[in-house]
Design a protein around this ligand. Structure first.
Ligand code: PEP
Length: 235
């Protein structure tokens, strides 16, 4: 099971450091078999901890260069990082990143051996059009993406469930993950309003290999409680 935390534009460098210190300690004590990834904002990037992989929420597909406001491979390598999030709906829809550009990012960071958490997700009108429409929409978001890449982790995040408090129903998650599983052998995470109250039922869905969490990951106690809900630490 993978637990990934997406801080988005929350937390500072100081609060991220404090968060990672606290979480790493809790994870060391609990000795969970889970894999934990934290994506802080770019200003708070720092080396991974013993029990936590730190990843970048975004990175430009170049080593360095004239790309104002971006960070690239050189900046990530300085911290020894090799995990990146690509295709989050906020980058697709708010920052206007198109599929061709996402595929370029994917190919670049895959070419450098990165672990890539690659996000896909449909808007509400597509969900309302039914499973077939959802499948068609999602597969288009894999255009140009190597589904056999060995360090690929997919995150299915229905846009209408992100930050809304309304997670997808277990049947919707099960059907969508089963569809993705037809062609994806790598881990598939679910994301969208995962919280301590629904983690258990979401984690029990077949083909859910982990979760990508926004709001409920911002406090250490809340993020850790997702893991505790699945496996209370042995005392
Ligand atoms: C996300 O943005 O990746 C996300 C899943 O957010 P939230 O958990 O707040 O819905």
């Amino acid at each position: 099971m993978i637990f990934a935390a997406n801080f988005k534009m929350h937390h500072t460098r100081a609060s991220t450091t404090e968060y990672l210190d606290q979480l790493d300690k809790l994870l060391a004590e609990a000795e969970y078999p889970f894999k934990t990834i934290v994506f802080p904002p770019a200003t708070a990037l720092q080396p991974s901890r013993e029990w936590i992989t730190v990843g970048a929420q975004n990175a430009y597909p170049e080593e360095r260069g004239a790309f104002t406001g971006e960070i690239g491979l050189d900046q990530l390598k300085e911290f020894g990082l090799d995990t990146v999030l690509i295709g989050h709906s906020e980058r697709r829809n708010i920052l206007g990143e198109e599929q061709e550009f996402l595929a370029k990012k994917f190919a670049f960071y895959a070419g450098h051996g990165f672990q890539i958490v690659y996000c896909v997700g449909e808007p509400l009108e597509v969900r309302e059009a039914g499973d077939e429409a959802v499948a068609e929409y999602l597969w288009e978001q894999f255009d140009g993406i190597d589904l056999d890449y060995e360090r690929l982790v997919v995150a299915y995040e229905p846009i209408w469930a992100i930050g809304t408090g309304r997670a997808a129903k277990v049947e919707e998650i099960a059907a969508t993950h089963a569809e993705l599983r037809r062609r994806i052998a790598r881990p598939i995470l679910y994301g969208g309003s995962v919280k301590p109250t629904n983690i258990k039922e979401i984690a029990s869905v077949k083909d859910v290999d982990g979760v990508l969490v926004g709001g409920a990951s911002l406090e250490v106690e809340s993020f850790f409680s997702l893991m505790v809900a699945i496996a209370p630490p042995q005392v």
